[in-house]
Design a protein around this ligand. Structure first.
Ligand SMILES: [Zn+2]
Length: 297
């Protein structure tokens, strides 16, 4: 039986998550001797505009209250882009981004504007989508001195346009979906050329408060999900790097005690990409998450 392997995918969504959550995660990962893959939001933090989801997405308000979002993100973050001007994320903390790579982690692009992509992608003209990625790529190149080789879509939101643009960027892989194993996506009758390495575990905010799962028992639940081969776990700088850091440290300790091997997503793409087959990709519902996410069919 193949030994379980874990790839940690770190989504960095906000200004505060980059400033406080990333350094905290770097410290935690260094102590554990684990390398992960960080996907950065490069442009403005418009988190406050996400409030409009209360009116457009069934279950959003319930989720905000269940996960105690105001205390998790801080009141200021919830006002960025509405009452407060949106701060520029990567431009404000280039040294934190560079330090992430210097410490041995893989770095990639989450997006330019997280809230815009997550909420508006299906209605965006193709050139706007291309500009969102283009701006992120250009600043990423300036900060790191090399081009980005992978992206991970905000909120697991994709369209045929976004996949087509990602193909044109000749990336090593993308991590846009939820699913079982690396695959080549087929959407709207088209097969795309960029390998997808999907997230296989639910995120903390999806399961916390569901079925009686608490911060104390969440790692027991994660342990029931471990399976042979590749497991991809998405964490958030805003959660595991802040209020949920203690639970995350405990999870790493327990996974390591079980002898599990940790790899980056780029290494996962290399190691498991060879077995990838074509699979349908569609936007669908996932328990614990408001709105639709890209699902491997
Ligand atoms: Zn995100």
């Amino acid at each position: 039986m193949t030994q379980p392997i874990i790839a940690l995918k770190v989504d960095v969504d906000t200004y505060v998550g980059t400033r406080d959550g990333v350094p905290r995660l770097l410290e935690i990962l260094e102590r554990a001797g684990i390398r992960a893959t960080f996907f950065f939001s490069m442009g403005p933090d418009n988190s406050g505009k996400a409030i409009r989801r209360i009116f457009t997405r069934k279950g959003f308000l319930k989720k905000m209250l269940r996960t105690r979002a105001p205390s998790m993100y801080g009141i200021k973050t919830l006002l960025y882009g509405t009452l407060l001007p949106p701060p520029m994320i990567a431009e404000s903390f280039p040294e934190i981004l560079r330090r992430t790579e210097q410490m041995g982690h893989e770095v990639g692009i989450h997006c330019w504007d997280h809230v815009k992509w997550h909420d508006l992608l299906p209605w965006m003209p193709k050139r706007t989508t291309a500009m969102e990625l283009g701006q992120a790529f250009s600043l990423f190149g300036e900060i790191f001195g090399h081009r980005a080789r992978s992206t991970a879509a905000p909120g697991w939101t994709v369209t045929a346009d976004s996949l087509e643009i990602q193909d044109a960027l000749r990336l090593d892989y993308c991590s846009d979906a939820r699913g079982r194993a690396p695959f080549y996506p087929v959407l709207d009758g088209r097969r795309f050329a960029t390998l997808q390495v999907p997230t296989t575990w639910p995120t903390m905010d999806e399961i916390l408060g569901e079925n009686g799962i608490t911060a104390e028992t969440i790692n027991d639940y994660y342990f029931t999900l471990v399976r042979p081969g590749l497991n991809v776990h998405t964490i958030h700088a805003e959660m595991e790097g802040k209020a949920m850091a203690t639970a995350f440290v405990d999870l790493l300790k327990r996974l390591k005690a079980r002898g599990m091997r940790f790899i980056t997503l780029a290494e996962a793409a290399e190691e498991f990409g060879g077995n990838a087959t074509d699979a349908p990709l569609s936007m669908g519902e996932l328990p614990g998450r408001a709105g639709l996410v890209a699902l491997q069919g």
